[in-house]
Design a protein around this ligand. Sequence first.
Ligand code: ZN
Length: 82
Amino acid sequence: MSLLRILIFFVLGWIVWRLLRPAARNKVPRQPAKEISENMAACVWCGIYVPESEMVQDRKGQKFCCQAHLSLDDTKKRAPPS
Ligand SMILES: [Zn+2]
């Protein structure tokens, strides 16, 4: 009768595995969707779209893709017109 006990053990294990699996599957696809939904904004200097969290802002609130473009825009405004 030990063979029948092993068979019952495997059937019960399979039922438990089947019950737990859909719950684990539902949790995975919902998390990456939140990361994708981030606002994008265009750089004032070059017009490239960058996530707003990675952008550099000047005193006037203008947004740049990097510190280099912010300083380029500053020097352009400071330079006397030729
Ligand atoms: Zn730029």
